[in-house]
Design a protein around this ligand. Structure first.
Ligand code: PLP
Length: 385
């Protein structure tokens, strides 16, 4: 049963690859009283969010940024809805379920979809992208593939796409906000994430950035964008011209603003270091139990989603059920990797020693592995290599 008021401030420990624990500043911001979506104070708040997003994504100084009223998947869908017209050739990089989702969406907007694939657990090879680029109007790639914990080589792919003249859409759901992202330098035309991943804001907002080239492609459409709600022009009406398009979720904007400020104040480089150090400590601590990194090439391991192959004979479902009874959520594999791996979230507020200390203490107890917490503390204190 869901209790409306019981334990209002008790925190469940979310170690999942999204949603992440809400940042305390975002939690507080949710208490703020309601204002209208056309209120001058809300437009001022939105302006600060837009500026913060330029910093988070590393855009040009005047790049258009906005929040979409939906989760990360709406960010994904809005890109295809605005940038694809029926018959366009779209090249989608697919090495996991979010790449597959992109291919599915592009197809629904009438694209002729071609896929560049890589085996599960491996990154997309830029040479394979180069080989298939001819004729593509748009290329789409997931930066950090959450389903397998693989980091795709976005800068290398972007350079190839740039030279071909195609537009490039990047899913930065598990990367932007947790490490420096360079939309302008890499040459990316459309990028999105979800509020509840690396920024630890409540779910329900998808921050996007749209290059001038992408806006020009949109402006040249032969037919209107089929997704009225996220039409780039409609977004500009509200975010730039301050005229009504639809009612934005103002309370979520408050919380997002607080979480984004917290991330930028900490610094993206510092956040990257925090994740790397914690990830190393977790791997070191769990290795003697038989957990090994699922992604074999260290250069393509996604720092924010630590995919670990489970030890032989490990009771995946049973242990995760027992952890859940102790208010700790851990996510297993997806589809072909179900029962084979765990995917530990190291995004936003999940990437802190405290929640992982709780996990180690629970595992020490459940697995009868004495000294696990001690080992974790030692690994945290070890000087980074
Ligand atoms: C979570 C996620 C999404 C989808 O986000 P939702 O907020 O669940 O809609 C898309 N891409 C990646 C890489 C993700 O991890």
């Amino acid at each position: 049963m869901f209790e409306e008021t019981q334990d209002l401030f008790a925190q469940h420990i979310l170690l999942t690859p999204g949603p992440t624990p809400i940042h305390p500043r975002a939690q507080r911001a949710l208490q703020r009283g309601m204002l209208g979506h056309m209120d001058p104070e809300v437009f001022a708040l939105n302006g600060e969010i837009q500026q913060g997003l330029r910093e988070m994504y590393g855009t040009a100084p005047d790049t258009f940024t906005a929040l979409l009223a939906g989760t990360g998947s709406l960010g994904m869908e809005a890109g295809f809805a605005n940038l694809v017209e029926p018959g366009d050739e779209v090249l989608v990089c697919v090495n996991g379920s979010f790449g597959a989702r992109m291919a599915e969406m592009a197809g629904r907007y009438g694209a002729r979809v071609r896929q560049v694939t890589a085996p599960l657990g491996e990154a997309i090879n830029p040479a394979d992208v180069a080989a298939q680029l001819g004729g593509a109007a748009l290329v789409a790639v997931v930066h950090g593939e959450t389903s397998t914990g693989v980091l795709n080589p976005v800068p290398e792919i972007a350079e190839l796409v740039r030279r071909s003249g195609a537009l490039l859409t990047v899913d930065a759901v598990t990367t932007a906000g947790m490490e420096p992202f360079r939309m302008r330098d890499w040459g990316i035309d459309y990028v999105y994430t979800g509020a509840q991943k690396c920024l630890s804001a409540p779910p329900g907002l998808a921050p996007v950035a749209i290059s001038d080239r992408a806006l020009a492609r949109y402006a040249a459409r032969r037919t209107p964008t089929p997704l009225w709600y996220c039409d780039f022009g409609g977004l500009r009406d509200y975010w730039v011209d301050h005229s009504y398009h639809h009612t934005v979720p103002v309370n979520l904007h408050y919380a997002f603003h607080a979480a984004l400020n917290a991330a930028l104040e900490e610094g993206l480089e510092a956040r990257r270091t925090r994740v790397a150090e914690l990830g190393r400590a977790i791997v070191t601590t769990l290795a003697p139990l038989g957990f090994t990194p699922y992604v074999t090439d260290p250069a393509t391991r996604l720092p924010t989603v630590l995919a670990l192959r489970l030890p032989q004979g490990f009771d995946d479902a049973g242990i995760r059920r027992a952890l859940r009874a102790r208010e700790i959520s851990v996510t297993g594999g997806l589809g072909p990797t179900a029962g084979l791996i765990w995917r530990l979230g190291l995004m936003g507020e999940a990437a802190r020693p405290a929640p992982y200390r709780a996990l180690m203490a629970a595992l020490e107890d459940l697995l009868g592995e004495r000294g696990l917490v001690r080992r974790f503390e030692d690994a945290l204190n070890a000087v980074p290599a």
